[in-house]
Write a protein that binds this ligand. Sequence first.
Ligand code: URA
Length: 210
Amino acid sequence: MSEHLTVVDHPLVQHKLTLMRRKETATSVFRQLLREISLLLAYEVTRELELTTERIETPLEPMDAPVLMGKKLALVSILRAGNGLLDGILELIPQARVGFVGLYRDEATLKPVQYYFKVPEALDERVTIVVDPMLATGNSSVAAVDLLKKAGARNIRFLCLLAAPEGVARMKEAHPDVPIVTASVDSRLNEKGYIVPGLGDAGDRMYGTK
Ligand code: URA
């Protein structure tokens, strides 16, 4: 992708995002909206995938028809909130290979620490799409991309629902080669690292754990 940051301003995305932001939106509705929005965001993040052609026969005649080139995509979810975006994208790209990165924040150093890492093989030959609904400080996103690069990934994109300017800047500094696709860049982070105005804790809202 050519742009470092793409904000998907499609009216359906923006409308659904507003419904998700509302504090009275129920868990079940929040999850359903996230699933719907993830399909639309997946459309955007895969826009520049390379195509080749395959000889096929329609009922009328043979043709060279477009098909995706190369190995199957790798989708990598940053646990746990990434799974909400992942589920919708997998409906659109069911053949994708899936990985998971688990990180927690060490309260002493405030640095992300890895507790789980399982990714598809041959990452160097795949387009890798990292998914996490909230790009806040950027600490876990940068750490996840660091790990994926160590595992061989070369062609990485980052998909989120909301981003803070701080997180976008941190990703750009650490990983300028990783384009970001989001539905909104909100105004700021608060002192607890939440995106403002945001939508709260995405994992809690998705799974009803608050
Ligand atoms: N993670 C969330 O779930 N929400 C935020 O606002 C920031 C990080």
